[in-house]
Design a protein around this ligand. Sequence first.
Ligand code: SF4
Length: 383
Amino acid sequence: MRYVEEFRDPKAAKGVLAAIARVACEIGATREEPVRIMEICGGHTHAIFRYGLDKLVHEGIEFIHGPGCPVCVLPMSRVDECVEIAERPGVIFTTFGDAMRVPGSRKSLMQAKADGCDIRMVYSPLDALELARRNPDREVVFFGLGFETTTPSTALTIQQAARERIGNFTVFCNHITVPPPIKALLDDPHMKLDGFVGPGHVSMVIGIHPYDFIARDYGKPIVVAGFEPLDLLQSVLMVLEQIRDGRAEVENQYARVVPEHGNPVSLAAIAEVYEERPSFEWRGLGEIDASGLRIREAYRAYDAEAKFGIGYAVVRAKVDEPEGCACGAVMTGRIKPTACPQFGRGCTPDMPLGALMVSSEGACAAYWTYGGARVASETEPAE
Ligand code: SF4
């Protein structure tokens, strides 16, 4: 049994930082020509800033913050559809708390609740199912949101609802998958990425092999990582060593938690309840093929899109981002959050303009929480 202190040991961290500096020098990384490593997961972005790893690593390492925060990549159109469902008479709309303040084009769920909609925060889809049992005369909708980490719990809840034949419970499914947006970023000719730190929680469910294409087809190293500072530093070192040695492989730094082939129970539940959508819209990235999941025909009675005739069940209009919002550029690593003209001015955690400032895993919220407020007050906005 390993304890968390081992992964926060300053002496061990100094040793890994020295090794990172040595390998970074061997491959010629400099501040002007950095090695660009994308941490895909928002939890990693948060940990990097929480522990100041971006300041501690060799100056030739640049962290690029990826699209791995499900709240951040939720497009405005989907928030609008949540509000539209919540406004229907008789509906109890349930959601995780971090989605409440994501701006829609008309209003957020928080504002809709203030306007009188019955919107309730829950900690699990099972809480929503319990609400449906207790309120048989109401229609209870659960906002299913997240990557492969949260998808199984929604699938298992739908299976439970079907077993009990509960007729007043549906899921507004916004579950998405990690590999397709990575492929989209790698196919973007403007993106220059040298390697990846892979998501730990998602990989607990799917294993490490869904990332094989990154090494095989694009020649880039990826190391699945844990969330403690030494996990991340060791993963960065493993990526650098692959680059130095001319290797491109999928490695698993987080083997104490991530099984090579994932979690078979979770994977079976996902496969039974969901199927791939032809495409799904991502904030800042647009429509990405096969990147979202929808509820299979066998469970269609639990699909809020079908029941309410909304979302991909009908022809959808694209909703533009608010003017001045640079979420797309931040999410694809083109600019840092502090380069957004709205950072700390038109967009703060109290009054977020973009989703990256809402979620604790969003890159803008991480910058703000760990020093960005000071940076914003000291710098002129970018043009
Ligand atoms: S500061 Fe706000 S508007 Fe700018 S990129 Fe971040 S979340 Fe989007």
